[in-house]
Design a protein around this ligand. Structure first.
Ligand SMILES: O=C([O-])CC(=O)C(=O)O
Ligand SMILES: [Mg+2]
Length: 545
């Protein structure tokens, strides 16, 4: 008699999405686990199941309906879900991630079926540890947490923001093979200031205004400490917090626990990689580029800081490096005479006369790149793009705001206003554009190229910190995987079809850094690359007997 790998039988087994195989349970498993009669008789292979499921997804009339269908598949059979997603990543990523995940958050209450992840609320203050104790798995390695205040570029969606941690963790597994049962999405519900949402009948969160100030800080402190106690090996990723809290939480915790902020650091890393690739096309190296950001929030300042770090490592002084980065926020150019600047913008306030608009800033500064991180669509107007095209042979245009509806311009707008000369990438996917007989393939400058690999490297090494050096290294690794063929079609990132390869390469670099810097909490393996590969989850059914 072999001992079963778990104690579940019968209907309990079928209803456990991590163990369930549906019609793929073998005859021997059906006999051993009391499944006889509970399943239709034909035993199917995973390939045969895929042949049934994929047309099912494709037959749905809208991306949101496809999302709902895929979530239902995940709820009953996690292995088959990941097999499907991994084999059809380019097709399904826009459903499970940006842009559709944005709509899924907006409609979260309406499409809500089975709960996933955890909700910690303002009402749990003083009891957060007890709530976390309710999670059924102990060995959690990756947590993505949001408080829903700034979901993509869509603003305050309160507890409905849960779609984002779920979507990010889906990519951890699909793109990097972080084990799905070691992932935990968490929403901290401190209320919402979105009154329309709060009053709507389908809203799932607390119906109260957001906690602010000391009460918020105390709850978050309690949360982080409770996470450390309950899941000491977990990496805690902050996602889609409002600017103020995002910066202050990162400052508070980055040197004390294993944590990072994806919107600040992950986005920075993917943008830096894109600039390295764009330099290969334009012939102007990063150290000679002037960058103009639209938006001076998490993404903008995060990118600025990482660019500065990269330039300093090339020998520039801090002051010189900062002068490569200019920012326009909602009040105009960030410059010395401004008295209204938030702390995080001040290092980038240079000497310049006041300028009100992006167009004037482009005309005055003649940047090599404009980087849209404002969450405001249609801000890279025809005038702005034409001004870029006048000054630069190959203007770099990064419209990074998500979802697609918030992009600063479309791919077609970028190419047509610059006579096809723009080096364009966007946060959310755009289809290829054929302009004057040439087909341009926009790259997706999304932190999805970065965080899964960083997370895998951190888990394999059980790193106690996530460092800036890891994001700089991830950017270099990502850029090194961009081929001349990619650049020839205008794509400054590798094809999404290579994202597992990319994530694996990043993970190896990140884990190596953790071991080299003494941050790892496990013994150094003889072969780090092999250890990373071994750690990657594969969505194959394992025999239960
Ligand atoms: O989720 C994404 O697509 C990228 C991101 O972090 C954001 O826009 O907040
Ligand atoms: Mg985000």
């Amino acid at each position: 008699m072999t001992t079963p790998l778990h104690s579940k039988r019968g209907a309990d087994l079928l209803h456990d999405p991590f163990l369930n195989k549906g019609t793929a349970f073998t005859d021997a498993e059906r006999d051993a686990f009391g499944l006889r009669g509970l399943l239709p008789p034909r035993v199917m292979s995973q390939d045969e199941q895929m042949e049934r499921i994929l047309p099912g997804v494709r037959s749905k009339p809208s991306p949101l309906e496809q999302y709902v269908y895929l979530v239902a598949l995940h709820d009953r059979n996690v292995t088959l879900f990941y097999r499907l997603v991994m084999d059809h990543l380019e097709e399904l990523m826009p459903i499970l991630y940006t842009p559709t995940v944005g709509q899924a958050c907006q409609e979260f209450g309406r499409i809500f079926r089975r709960s996933r992840g955890m909700y910690i609320t303002a009402a749990d203050k003083g009891h957060v540890a007890e709530v976390l104790a309710n999670w059924p798995q102990d060995d959690i390695r990756m947590i993505v947490v949001t408080d829903g205040e700034r979901i993509l570029g869509l603003g305050d969606l309160g507890a409905n923001g849960m779609g984002i941690p779920i979507g990010k963790l889906t990519l951890y597994t699909a793109c990097a093979g972080v084990a799905p049962n070691q992932c935990l999405p968490i929403t901290i519900d401190v209320g919402t200031n979105n009154t329309t949402l709060r009053e709507s009948h389908s809203y799932v969160g607390l119906r109260q205004p957001r906690l602010r100030g000391a009460e918020y800080d105390e709850l978050l402190d309690e949360f982080v400490e409770a996470v450390q106690a309950r899941f000491p090996m977990a990496c805690l990723q902050f996602e889609d917090f409002g600017n103020h809290n995002a910066f202050s939480l990162l400052e508070r915790w980055r040197d004390r626990i294993c944590t990072f902020n994806d919107d600040i650091q992950g986005t920075a890393s993917v943008a830096l990689a894109g600039l390295y690739s764009a330099a290969r096309i334009s012939g102007t190296p990063l150290r000679d580029m002037r960058l103009l950001f639209l938006g001076a929030g998490e993404a903008g300042i995060g990118i600025g800081d990482l660019v500065v770090e990269a330039l300093c490592s090339e020998g520039l002084s801090l002051a010189e490096a900062r002068r490569h980065c200019w920012f326009v926020d909602s009040k105009g150019l960030v410059e010395h005479s401004r008295t209204d600047l938030a702390e995080h913008k001040k290092p980038f306030a240079h000497d310049h006369a006041p300028v009100k608009t992006l167009l004037e800033a482009v005309e005055s500064l003649k940047p090599h790149a404009i980087i849209g991180v404002s969450g405001t669509p249609n801000t890279f107007t025809k005038d702005v793009l034409e001004a870029m095209a006048r000054e630069r042979a190959r203007p770099i245009v990064l419209a990074l705001s998500n979802p697609t509806s918030k992009a600063e311009c479309t791919a077609l707008q970028a190419y047509s206003a610059t006579d096809g000369r723009a080096i364009f990438a966007s946060g959310s996917p755009f289809a290829p554009v054929t302009y004057k007989g040439k087909t341009h393939v926009p790259g997706q400058g999304n932190n999805a190229y970065i965080f899964p690999g960083v997370g895998l490297g951190v888990t394999v090494s059980a790193s106690s910190r996530v460092t800036e050096a890891m994001f700089a290294s991830a950017a270099r690794t990502l850029a090194s995987m961009v081929t001349d063929d990619d650049l020839a079609i205008g794509r400054i990132y590798p094809s999404l079809s290579r994202i597992r390869e990319v994530s694996r390469a990043i993970a190896i670099e990140v884990a190596t850094l953790a071991f080299d810097r003494g941050l790892a909490r496990v013994e150094r393996p003889a072969d780090i690359a092999a250890a990373v590969t071994d750690a990657m989850f594969e969505p194959h059914y394992v025999s239960l007997i």
